[in-house]
Design a protein around this ligand. Structure first.
Ligand SMILES: Nc1ncnc2c1ncn2[C@@H]1O[C@H](COP(=O)(O)OP(=O)(O)O)[C@@H](O)[C@H]1O
Ligand SMILES: [Mg+2]
Length: 337
């Protein structure tokens, strides 16, 4: 009697002999399945090679998400960390422009794309590098968009990184969902908002999204928080500045005669109030800084142009708070599902 393992099954041979050549369709399917498998493997390896993975989200556009994503990345890189930034905004990628590295040609080796290098040694990957004409909008739908994003995460040779910052288009559509599903061990998300009610309301969607994908909110950043006016007056005197809608703002000149007063362009403390309401950490506020707009246009980021400026300092504070939140998460026992 022969066992089932060594048993020779003639019907198998027959099957083999009779098996028709795989059709072109089947071959394509197989190749696709292999590519998918390789990508999955790479993603697992990627997750191991990258210390922290942070998603930057906002409920709506124009609140400064990309500004915050690049700011966090640059602030971390300035501390000597190895940092990557992944621009998942495939329809309107603007990170390379913000970093002044638009038009960089990417190097491809062994089917892997090597990211571009930005200021402070930042590694940058964006769809903008792959588009022939970055000004021409790309419309990606459904599965094609999904495939492009998967490929985009799995096929980049980041090397070893301390932190990867991922910037998204506004909202909680396919992009963050796909990344949340395919990239293992994401540490959490940072939600960017402005102090306006409507932006705060939109942030609520991001918080709900975090619950759906079971990725923690590391905190809220309030952007365009206030605009600081400075001036000189007689030492130790009170001065009045007429703010928007004729509202008087008081300031006191110090012993040297310097005074400063912050104009709250929208509303005060909205981001912090929202963080309280959602029971998530408040990471800090970024002032409204016209230099940010200039930097975005001419490709020299505010942090690079003025590393000791108010905005750079605000980013440093936010990064410190963010890293503290991440280490809290790492200290707690992982959830076993
Ligand atoms: N703190 C800030 N002070 C001044 N302008 C800002 C600030 N943050 C962002 N901006 C400007 O607002 C616009 C939108 O910012 P961006 O980061 O592209 O937003 P999003 O990625 O959310 O669409 C840009 O022109 C940017 O320069
Ligand atoms: Mg953006």
């Amino acid at each position: 009697m022969s066992g089932p393992i060594s048993h020779h099954n003639p019907s198998e041979d027959e099957e083999k002999a009779e098996a028709p050549e795989a059709s072109a369709d089947q071959k394509a399917q197989m190749e696709q399945a292999y590519a998918q498998m390789r990508r999955k493997l790479r993603m697992t390896r990627l997750a191991e090679d990258i210390g922290n993975k942070i998603m930057v989200l906002s409920g709506k556009g124009g609140v400064g998400k990309s500004t915050v994503a690049t700011g966090l990345a640059l602030s971390l890189a300035r501390q000597g960390k190895k940092v990557g930034i992944l621009d998942i905004d495939i329809t309107g990628p603007n990170i390379p422009k913000m970093l002044g590295i638009e038009g960089t040609e990417l190097h491809v080796e062994d089917n892997q794309i090597h990211p571009a290098e930005g200021p402070n040694g930042l590694k940058v990957m964006s769809m903008a590098f792959l588009l022939e004409d970055p000004d021409k909008p790309v419309i990606w739908r459904g599965p094609i968009k999904l495939g492009a994003i998967q490929q985009f995460i799995g096929d980049v040779a980041w090397g070893k990184l301390d932190t990867l910052i991922i910037d998204f288009p506004p909202g909680t559509s396919d992009e963050p969902l796909t990344v949340a599903q395919y990239l293992p061990n994401i540490d959490g998300m940072v939600i960017v908002t402005t102090p306006q009610d409507v932006a705060l309301l939109d942030s609520r969607k991001s918080i709900n999204f975090s619950k759906t994908v079971k990725i923690p909110v590391l905190g809220v950043v309030e952007n365009m928080s206030g605009y600081t006016l400075r001036g000189k007056a007689d030492p130790n005197t009170e001065i009045t500045v007429i703010g928007p809608q004729g509202l008087p703002l008081q300031a006191t000149a110090d012993g040297d005669g310097d005074w400063r007063v912050t104009l709250n362009l929208f509303k005060q403390g909205g981001g912090e109030a929202a963080a309280d309401e959602f029971e998530v950490p408040f990471l800090g506020a970024l002032p409204f800084d016209p230099g940010v707009v200039r930097g975005g246009d001419d490709g020299v980021h505010r942090i690079v142009a003025e590393p000791e400026g108010e905005t750079a300092q605000a980013f440093d504070t936010i990064v410190t708070n963010l890293m503290a939140e991440i280490s809290k998460g790492e200290d707690s026992a992982p959830e076993i599902i």
